[in-house]
Design a protein around this ligand. Structure first.
Ligand code: ADP
Ligand code: NA
Length: 350
């Protein structure tokens, strides 16, 4: 059996929003008590969709500050920046040769991000899931907290791990590496674990405040569609008051949210922010109008986000400290990644 290890990453692109916080960063914080955790600012991913950035160092520091402000302890766990550890890119190349073109072509995120002019998307955007698999598996991590939008990429990570394990099984054994696991009903002598996604919760996918059928995203051109971690109380209040809703009162049961994506989204956000289930929230607000529910949501969002916002701003005023956290984390991550890569080179025959 593989030792439990958590890995996850966030891209240093654009403003962090409530979806990133509830879908990812807040889960990172909770897992620290029970797991060994590695959290990464994935800057190599940031150049897949857009090659040139105005201030990549500033963006990297801002994500790092958000991690620490939210409550991640960089001494107990590891916080670092992907490009500091070249083993990620080295393993991604090997995974490019493990993965099949057809697997990549099926990824819905690639189709969304590439848009109509697919021939003109970067090759890196197509190969993105291969690098993501390498990020996780270079540490042989077993658990990955992410939003629901990353589910398909994690399935691909399992496919890559499985193909590597099967294709190299004899060599893995011959090198005295790997461990016996069962996948489905099949016994496998595995070098790489089958990662477990951690997606559960009342808001696995936080939706846009302007359109309940689209995910809240950094790349949405409308700033009113998302709550940014750096928004002040007044801005949060304005965005929630202007959020799209329907004219009906809230239902008293979760089933009543079916077919009402905007109501479902706001109740899910309330539940996630207050660590409750949607059913529980509806016990309090069922039968109430949005004119009552929205102000309560504003108060809750401000109460939860204001301390993170304040601490993030304070940390961003101390870039020397942020850089020292990244240097220390990078050195520790690099040592662990190199241990895996030595073994992988050995298995392949390099
Ligand atoms: P984005 O998708 O905004 O560009 P990233 O790709 O860097 O952000 O994602 C960082 C983390 O935030 C991932 O775990 C992703 O699943 C999560 N995430 C992003 N958007 C949402 C959302 N709307 N709801 C829930 N989780 C999300
Ligand atoms: Na994403």
């Amino acid at each position: 059996e593989f030792k439990h290890l958590v890995f996850s990453g966030v891209q240093p692109t654009g403003n962090l929003h409530l979806g990133n916080y509830l879908g990812a960063i807040r889960k990172f914080v909770a897992l620290q008590e029970s797991h060994d955790c590695i959290y990464c600012v994935v800057d190599l991913h940031a150049i897949t969709a857009q090659l040139v950035h105005d201030d990549l160092p500033g963006q990297i520091r801002s994500i790092t500050a958000a991690f620490i402000a939210a409550g991640i302890d960089p001494k107990q766990h590891i916080v670092f920046n992907q490009s500091q550890v070249p083993q990620h890119a080295e393993l991604a190349w090997i995974f490019n040769c493990v993965a099949r073109i057809g697997w990549m072509n099926r990824m819905t995120q690639f189709k969304d991000k590439a848009g109509k002019d697919r021939e003109n998307a970067s090759l890196g955007l197509l190969a993105y899931p291969s690098l993501m698999a390498a990020d996780i598996l270079v540490y042989r991590a077993t658990h990955v907290p992410v939003g629901d939008d990353q589910k398909q990429h994690l399935e691909l990570t399992r496919d890559i791990a499985m193909k590597f394990n099967m294709d190299f099984m004899a060599k893995i054994r011959a090198a005295g590496l790997g461990t016996d696991i069962v996948v489905g009903d099949e016994p496998v002598h595995a070098y790489f674990p089958m990662v477990e996604p951690m997606i559960e919760g009342p808001a696995p996918r936080v939706m846009s405040l302007k359109d309940g059928t689209k995910k809240m995203s950094k790349s949405d051109p409308s700033d009113l569609s998302r709550i940014n971690l750096l928004d002040d109380a007044e801005t949060i209040s304005k965005k929630i008051r202007k959020a799209k809703t329907d004219p009906d009162a809230l239902p008293s049961e979760v089933e009543g949210l079916k077919g009402r994506p905007e109501a479902d989204n706001l109740v899910g956000i309330f539940a996630a922010l207050s660590d409750r289930s949607k059913a529980d929230v509806l016990k309090d607000f069922g039968g109430q109008q949005f004119s009552v529910f929205k102000p309560a949501l504003v108060d809750l969002a401000v109460e939860v986000l204001a301390p993170v916002n304040g601490e993030m701003r304070r940390l961003m005023g101390d870039p020397g400290y942020i850089d020292s956290v990244l240097r220390d984390g990078g050195a520790r991550a690099g040592a662990r990644a190199e241990k895996t890569m030595k073994e992988v080179r050995d298995i392949i025959g390099f």
